[in-house]
Design a protein around this ligand. Structure first.
Ligand code: NAD
Length: 524
């Protein structure tokens, strides 16, 4: 690691005083990654103010000049790729290939923003309706300073992507990465510095929930929060005090629906990957599968065959690594125990590879009661409940049963039917014959409904979240008095009634009615 206390944590505390320190441990073997000083809560608003003072200059640049400078992020990431991968692997325990995927996704987003941000800022002419003598425009303005709060499961990607979106939107950023993965967050500040962005435009504060809450209350112009639904509620409650708008990217309980005409070879592979990638610690992991009974046995056989070939462990070269935090592992084990007690069968897995490790074997459960908590509450671990259903109607009904609504997938050879069913699932995104891939398309807006949160990241919608609209109107005629200005008289009334008829009846019919009224000079 390149960072040590006191380089980060803002030079806090003054010499001679013991800092509050975060110890970051490797999930693979419990060894120390490093220690960092916590940024004291009272320091957080100062960081926001500093970012704000730098942001004013950043916002005043033409979008194309900002883009030119932000292009340097690509070079900075290129230079640091091995370090970024090492840091992600050290802090999360995930396989290196999955660390690389985080960087690919970030770079793809930067490319998307490079292509689209300048056009996004171009003012748009808006039709003026009956006020034909006016000109109207709408343009987008930066918000100011965006507070980004990120989780540990994709610690680089989920810190860097919202930061980049905010920067392309002309904003400054104060980022609070997860206390479990702060070094991945600190890389965001380093990359911004390497890219030559103005000093202070991107700053990282270190700490846990208290520091996160301090950021929410620090006078930022928006909070972009990614994390659990319970924390999301606390963030929103704190944001309400200062009416700080928020994007909440929260948890999920994503369903996969396997229909009788599915390509089982593809469906089983895709679902196994979607469920066990990152040891199941993805917000959009496949967390439950509903399989139409005609293909249930065959599907389960194929799933088990794929799982048998997966390597789980803490060393390099595995597909399933350790779970990142002991608390997450404990939660998944508790959920499993409860499901088994309620009558579920563990068809494979169910144990740690070694009692002393954080590695949970990829686990498949069957025979679940539909009301079981493991089918309703987010697991966020390598556990896949497989449920037999009568038909697709039952599958859709069950898929829509949870309060979450992040994403889902439908597996069928009939693409038209797949799309029709996809539209009936209550979720921010649905894939047909694929899982999770929507996240990898930078132009597709990403976000949830219900307890999965609100607001969108990615795509043009992501840029909209970090900017606000400004409406502009210009009068082109320069007449001394608009017909509806004081003083009100018969002419005012006539004109407004004419306008009303024109808009009510529309087109030529409306125009004739309005003219007739003016000429007659009376009431209609
Ligand atoms: P978490 O909610 O525990 O923590 C997320 C972040 O919030 C951390 O930085 C944490 O320090 C901070 N925090 C904690 N309490 C806070 C408070 N009161 N005010 C402000 N900030 C506070 O989540 P986690 O365990 O780090 O991540 C796992 C969760 O994140 C899962 O539920 C997962 O589904 C969700 N997630 C969602 C998405 C998405 O895009 N929808 C992506 C990844 C993860």
């Amino acid at each position: 690691m390149t960072h040590t206390t006191p380089k980060h944590g803002g030079g806090w505390p003054p010499s001679g005083m013991d800092p509050e320190v975060i110890r970051v441990l490797r999930p693979s073997d419990g060894s120390l990654v490093g220690e960092l000083a916590v940024t004291p809560s009272h320091e957080v608003p100062r960081r926001v103010e500093r970012a704000r003072s730098v942001q004013a200059g950043w916002a005043s640049l033409l979008p194309k000049d900002r883009e030119r400078r932000l292009r340097a992020l690509l070079e900075a990431i290129d230079e640091r790729t091995p370090e970024i991968e090492d840091t992600i692997v050290a802090e999360t325990g995930k396989p290196r290939a999955e660390a690389t995927v985080e960087i690919v996704s970030v770079v793809d987003h930067i490319r998307f923003l490079l292509k689209n941000a300048t056009g996004f800022f171009r003012p748009r002419r808006i039709p003026t309706g009956w006020m034909a003598w006016k000109q109207a425009f709408v343009q987008r303005d930066p918000l100011g300073v965006v507070g980004v709060i990120s989780p540990w499961n994709y610690p680089f990607m989920l810190s860097m992507t919202p930061t980049c979106t905010a920067l392309f939107g002309g904003n400054g950023v104060v980022l609070k990465p997860s206390e479990f993965t702060p070094y991945s967050g600190l890389l965001v500040e380093d990359i911004a510095r390497d890219a030559g962005l103005p000093e202070g435009l991107v700053q990282v504060v270190i700490g846990g929930g208290e520091t996160g809450e301090a950021l929410v209350r620090a006078g930022v112009d928006k909070i972009f929060f990614t994390g659990g639904s319970r924390t999301g509620r606390a963030v929103l409650a704190a944001a309400a005090d200062s009416l700080t708008p928020s994007v909440l990217e929260l948890g999920g309980k994503d369903a996969a629906i396997v229909l009788e005409d599915a390509d089982l070879a593809r469906a089983s592979r895709g679902i196994v990957w979607g469920a066990f990638l990152n040891a199941g610690q993805s917000c959009i992991a496949v967390e439950r599968v509903y399989v139409v009974e005609r293909v249930y046995d065959a599907f389960l056989r194929e799933v088990l065959a794929h799982i048998r070939k997966l390597k789980a462990g803490s060393s390099a070269g595995v597909e399933i690594g350790p779970m990142t935090t002991p608390a997450q592992l404990a939660w998944v084990e508790q959920q499993l125990a409860e499901a088994v007690e309620a009558g579920a069968t563990v068809v494979t897995g169910g144990h740690r590879t070694d009692p002393a490790s954080n590695v949970l074997e990829p686990t498949v459960l069957t025979g679940l009661d539909p009301t079981s908590s493991i089918l309703r509450e987010e697991s966020f671990g390598p556990v896949l409940p497989v449920v037999r259903v009568k038909d697709c109607e039952e599958a859709i009904h069950l898929a829509n049963e949870t309060p979450y609504g992040l994403s889902a997938s439908v597996w069928t050879k009939d693409r038209k039917r797949g799309l029709a069913l996809a539209r009936r699932i209550r979720a921010g995104a649905v894939c047909v014959n694929d899982a999770l891939a929507h996240f990898g398309i930078a132009g597709l807006p990403f976000g949830g409904v219900g307890e999965s949160g609100f607001g969108r990241s990615h795509g043009i919608e992501g840029l909209e979240e970090v900017t606000r609209s400004r409406s502009l109107l210009v009068d082109r005629m320069g007449i001394e008095r608009e017909p509806w200005w004081f003083p009100y008289n018969r002419g005012t009334e006539r004109l407004l009634r004419g306008a009303l008829l024109f808009r009510l009846r529309g087109g030529l019919k409306g125009a004739f009615a309005a003219i007739a009224l003016m000429v007659k000079g009376g009431r209609r």
